[in-house]
Design a protein around this ligand. Structure first.
Ligand code: DGJ
Length: 732
């Protein structure tokens, strides 16, 4: 039977390749309103990228590709370099997108064009290109989804085969992009706990620069899954050509940037194949994560706006829905609370004017109560002595206080000191005969095991079945995968890192299907999970446990490169008490606003200020959450930061301006606004003022034209330390 299948497959392969010959020179055009990505079948029947850049005006020009630009030094025109999905073992001597060992041990793969099709999908055009090996029954489909209006392209690949035995995949990129420029400058986003998404730049030179993670579950703790490449010099905010890319993968990812012998750059985003030689059975399809990118010709600010607009429309769960302001208790109480304390906090939430109270870690575990992070994780029953009425009593208290109730979970993890671990030691990723390394005293459940997936789904399902009024989840993930070994995978350990992440998605899909309207916050010991695949299921992510407003300026600036404000959660806490409550609140107000502070720590004026700030935030959320963002003054380039949001009508705008580490008598630049209507006249008003303080804003109360505001600007900055100003603009 197998032999007949292979014979048919071989005949079909032949047919595909013959067809390719007739499609020789076929051009596939993937376009947005401002960008073209052109792929063309070469005279050898293989598929090459011929162009990626600003949109071409004339269709005929898309065929005028100068192949000699792509010739390697030996003059082998179209035979080396720029293959759309380069494979291993052929004449391309640089990093491939696909590398595999076939069932017979052969490590070469040659992909030939078979056919392609395009169809309209929600917001864009989906192009599928089929490629096939001419010697092995191996198929690769390249997918490109272009969103014209937002100038965003999403690409991913599907790999399948009908070989007699499983094949081993050891490179499986989501896609591949090439550039032919004089200089390439990479901006990466790296850090650690409490210092997420720190930006740094370097010029790329011959060879490879790799950004990757091997952390498995808390995967983005040291490197965020996004990057920028300046294509004519270091990236700039308001000018220059820049590639901005991000991968939707909540596990180990890898970005490879390689400059070849002729100075061309290839960018290869994908899952990190580290310890992941993937055994792929015949007739199964390996689907790579989506790589989402934009090319901006006006610097990162425009690229961010395009990505943010795309995210709100297509990338983010409930991207068009409002967000809930909240009071959290983690920074305030830690593990020390009971029913009484919580019902008091719910009343405080009401006093602040926020929508919800969010109960954090420490509410569960009976045999091993969760009094600290050393026990109880995995046992999702309310601790009886702490919370005798369980979740139902808390939901009732919240209802009585007039706020919604949300709850923290970390369902993919387990403390060894838990009933779950006692019952199911084989559900855990752990080396049976070696010393175990515990990160935060916990271990990661093996999400590749369907039984574990059922358990994790059950955590959410059980809470919501018994308490349908639970309005929100904060889903945490505090440990990387240590001691990598799955009893479930047995001889297929190479599949574990990948199937683990796919298992998480299986669970999230089930939750979204059954509870489509429950918002969830993605959290990972701060911001170590922040990718667009997870954000199909989460309405927002927690940027960082570092809520010091000065540090937050940099963290939020970093994340804002790729995410809209409504995806980014920020709370006012007691971090950096040397700064005022106003400064802390104004910093959190440029994201989804929340609080995590006891009201007894606020003076009556501060409380009045916070209530006012919450009301202002809600009123202005069409601009802050759903409007267009303009990053005006960078904390990386100056001692200040200013960010502006303009609502969809162009009639309301709000500007947040912050003085960070200012210098004595430094020269202060006026801040020129953007995105306004030059012809309109705007009332300019400082808001979020502390009770009893007078505005020091020179233009307060003036009516100024959009033209003036954008050409002359406002005196929003000061040389005082750690101060902030929030200004509302209303078209008259
Ligand atoms: C890490 C999160 O980032 C915090 O906000 C908090 O939820 C703790 N985990 C709880 O353990």
């Amino acid at each position: 039977m197998r032999t007949i299948i292979s014979l048919i497959a071989t005949l079909l392969i032949g047919a595909g390749v013959n067809k390719a010959a007739s499609d020789e020179k076929k051009v596939i055009r993937i376009s947005t309103d401002s960008t073209d990505l052109l792929l063309q079948v070469g005279d050898n029947g293989r598929l090459y990228q011929t162009y990626l850049g600003p949109k071409l005006l004339h269709e005929a020009d898309t065929r005028e590709f100068d192949w000699s630009r792509h010739a390697a030094t030996d003059g082998a025109v179209s035979r080396r370099g720029w293959e759309a999905y380069a494979t291993s073992g052929n004449e391309d001597f640089f990093e491939p997108a696909l590398g595999m060992t076939h069932a017979d041990g052969n490590m070469t793969t040659y992909l030939y064009y078979v056919d392609s099709s395009s169809e309209p999908v929600d917001g864009g055009i989906h192009t599928r290109i089929s490629l096939r090996d001419n010697k092995y029954p191996l198929d690769v489909t390249l997918n490109y989804m272009a969103y014209p209006k937002e100038n965003v392209i999403k690409t991913w690949s599907e790999i399948s085969h009908h070989e007699k035995k499983p094949v081993s995949l050891w490179q499986y990129a989501s896609g591949m992009l090439y550039f032919d420029k004089g200089e390439y400058w990479l901006t990466e986003f790296s850090g650690d706990w409490a210092k997420e998404a720190g930006m740094s730049s370097q010029q790329l030179q011959f060879g490879k620069k790799v950004i990757d993670t091997k952390l498995g579950s808390r995967a983005a703790m040291h490197a965020s899954p996004f990057f920028e490449v300046g294509l004519d010099g270091p990236v700039k905010e308001h000018s220059g050509e820049v590639l901005m890319g991000t991968i939707g993968w909540t596990g180990n990812f890898r970005f490879t940037f390689e400059i070849d012998n002729v100075g061309n750059l290839r960018v290869i985003p994908g899952i990190n194949p580290y310890a992941s030689a993937y055994k792929l059975d015949a007739d199964e399809t390996f689907t790579t994560p989506e790589f989402i990118f934009t090319l901006s010709y006006d610097g990162t600010s425009q690229g961010s706006r395009d990505l943010q607009a795309w995210a709100r429309r297509y990338g983010l769960k409930d991207g068009d829905a409002p967000r809930l302001t909240l009071l959290n208790n983690w920074e305030n109480t830690g593990f020390k609370f009971d029913e009484n304390i919580l019902s008091g906090l719910m009343k405080e939430a009401r006093q602040l004017g926020v929508d919800m109270f969010l109960l954090d870690d420490g509410w569960f575990g009976n045999k091993y109560p969760r009094r600290n992070d050393r026990a109880g994780l995995g046992d999702w029953e309310a601790t009886r002595d702490k919370l005798p009425g369980g979740i139902p009593a808390l939901v009732d208290s919240a209802r009585n206080a007039g706020v919604k109730f949300g709850i923290w979970i970390e369902p993919e993890m387990v403390n060894p000191k838990s009933e779950l671990y006692e019952k199911h030691p084989d559900w855990v990723i752990e080396q049976p005969d070696r010393d175990t390394y515990y990160y935060r005293n916990q271990l990661v459940l093996d999400m590749s095991n369907p039984k574990v997936q059922d358990h994790v789904f059950g955590v959410v399902d059980d809470i919501l079945t018994k308490n349908p009024d639970v309005a929100y989840f904060k889903w945490d993930c505090n440990s990387p995968i240590t001691n990598i070994y799955s009893p479930y995978q047995k001889g297929n350990q190479g599949n574990l890192y990948i199937d683990h992440v796919r298992g998480i998605y299986n669970v999230l899909k089930r939750i979204k299907e059954k509870y489509p309207d429950v918002p969830m916050m993605l959290c990972s010991g701060g911001g170590a999970r922040c990718d667009y695949e997870a954000l199909k299921y989460f309405t927002e992510f927690w940027c960082s446990d570092n809520t010091d407003p000065v540090e937050r300026a940099y963290i939020q600036w970093g994340f804002s490169q790729f995410f809209p404000s409504k995806a980014m959660a920020a709370h006012v806490t007691g971090w950096n008490k040397k700064t005022t409550v106003k400064f802390r609140t104004d910093m959190a107000s440029m994201c989804r606003l929340g609080f995590d502070i006891g009201l007894e720590k606020l003076s009556p004026d501060e409380l009045a200020y916070c209530r006012d700030a919450v009301a202002n935030w809600k009123r202005l959320s069409p601009a802050i959450m759903d409007g267009t963002q303009y990053r005006l003054v960078s904390p990386y380039d100056t001692n200040h930061m200013a960010v502006e949001y303009v609502d969809g009508t162009g009639n309301t705008a709000v500007v947040f301006a912050y003085d960070l580490a200012t210098r004595f008598s430094e020269k202060l630049q006026r801040v020129k606004l953007q995105g306004l209507d030059s012809a309109k006249r705007y009332l300019v008003k400082e808001i979020n003022l502390m009770p009893g303080t007078e505005t020091r804003f020179p233009q307060d109360g003036k009516i100024l034209t959009g033209d003036y505001l954008m050409k002359i600007g406002l005196d929003l900055l000061s040389s005082r330390q750690k101060t902030s100003m929030v200004v509302e603009l209303t078209a008259q």
